[in-house]
Design a protein around this ligand. Structure first.
Ligand SMILES: *Cc1c(COP(=O)(O)O)cnc(C)c1O
Length: 401
């Protein structure tokens, strides 16, 4: 299937996910809040028994997320980190080893270093943009290679197909945190990965109203094992959040389409602007992995852009405080445009030398492009750039909006 055909299919599929069709059935599935379900007798085996194990509304979301990746129903969790915990608790035992991208969501690093290390699971963090570095880090006891691509906030990419092939030869599972692009723009399972991992809190729900996580896989045995761990540890998604997330999915392809178009316009403007020293986006000049992006992403590159300002930390902090339309928060993928000063916000707890190793410099800003008109976003940034500019730059500025 071509990218165009896939997009057309998703645009048609998404609004219909979870929809009723029988005579008198509600078009939009109701929320089943019940914690428990009745039985006819001691021998009955109803589909749902108790909502820690499974719930009809959560099951609708699970079917929807599976459908997006040609997979059986997903396994949904209370948050993205609950999904990651569920994956690690299912696959890993004391003495096992993990190889993981170094440029990673901070919560994932903390989970592996502060919780799983204490349980006897060691992790080697590597620059996974270099496939050779991943290969050299594999040990006989490596059970899992965990990737995040594009990585937050520099958008460094990992070649999922190449890493999956070498991990498979080494007998290790491959999981990809696909939160940034979602199944609409990147399909890790088609590239050889075993698990697509999501914080549905971000683009998938998309309106900043429901935390959630999910794991999508095609191996029924692994899905069963994930469900068993979830039942034992009790971190299933709530029915209300599952319902909200299901509403979000209906517009996911349209929202991402618009956000990618706006992101591209903003990138074009940023690369021309004298205030920016560097722009990270697969179509920006000098982006080292443009070719990989063009084969790994499905026709577009997502809502997140990051850029480095002339004037370093001081300027980046000042711009953060001068924007008005862009909201200063730690979040991505929502309908609102969101700005983050990564070094003091998402990566504030990471020591400076480690931050700089993954490209999170003091002058870096991350922009998650929302659904406002792109001119309004550019206007807001332009005003903040001007207010914080040195005199020479104001006169050099080629754009007026
Ligand atoms: C937010 C996020 C997570 C964690 O998800 P929560 O739902 O906040 O627990 C994991 N990975 C990435 C890439 C994220 O952006």
């Amino acid at each position: 299937m071509t990218t165009h055909e896939l997009n057309a299919l998703l645009e048609t599929t998404c609004p219909r996910l979870g929809q009723g069709r029988g005579d008198g059935e509600p078009l939009v599935a109701p929320i089943v809040q019940s914690t428990t379900f009745c039985r006819d007798g001691l021998d009955s085996d109803p589909e749902h028994k108790y909502s820690r194990e499974s719930n009809p509304t959560v099951a609708l979301l699970e079917r929807a997320l599976g459908t997006l990746e040609d997979a059986p129903p997903a396994v949904c969790y209370g948050t993205g980190l609950a999904a990651e915990s569920g994956l690690f608790l299912t696959l890993l035992r004391a003495g096992d080893h993990v190889v993981c991208s170094r440029a990673l969501y901070g919560g994932t690093t903390r989970l592996l270093e502060r919780i799983f290390f204490g349980l006897g699971v060691a992790t080697t963090f590597v620059d996974s943009t270099d496939v050779g570095e991943v290969e050299r880090a594999l040990e006989p006891n490596t059970k899992l290679v965990f990737l995040e691509t594009p990585a937050n906030p520099t958008l460094d990419l990992t070649d999922i197909r190449a890493v999956s092939a070498l991990a498979k030869r080494a007998g290790a599972w491959v999981a990809v945190d696909n939160t940034f692009l979602t199944a609409v723009l990147q399909r890790p399972l088609d590239l050889g990965a075993d698990f697509s991992v999501y914080s549905t809190t971000k683009s998938i729900e998309g309106h900043s109203v429901a935390l959630g996580g999910a794991i999508v896989a095609r191996d029924e045995e692994q899905l069963e094992a994930l469900r068993f761990t979830r039942k034992c540890t009790g971190n299933i998604q709530s029915p209300f959040n599952a319902w909200l997330t299901l509403q979000g999915i209906k517009t996911l392809p349209l929202r991402l389409g618009r956000q990618c178009e706006s992101a591209q316009r903003i990138v074009n403007w940023l690369v021309e602007h004298p205030a920016t020293a560097r722009v990270n986006y697969p179509t920006a000049p000098g982006f080292a992995q443009a070719e990989l992006a063009s084969v790994q992403h499905l026709g577009a590159h997502g809502a997140v852009v990051s850029f480095e300002l002339e004037g370093g930390a001081e300027r980046a902090r000042a711009v953060s405080e001068h924007v008005t339309l862009c909201r200063l928060v730690e979040h991505v993928g929502s309908v609102e445009t969101l700005l983050t000063h990564s070094a003091s916000m998402t990566h504030g707890g990471v020591p400076r030398d480690q931050r700089e190793l993954v490209g999170v410099t003091e002058g870096l800003l991350r922009l998650s492009v929302g659904l406002e008109h792109p001119d309004a976003i550019i206007h807001d940034l332009e005003r903040a750039f001007r207010k914080t500019a040195a005199r020479e730059e104001v006169t050099a500025c080629p754009v007026s909006v």
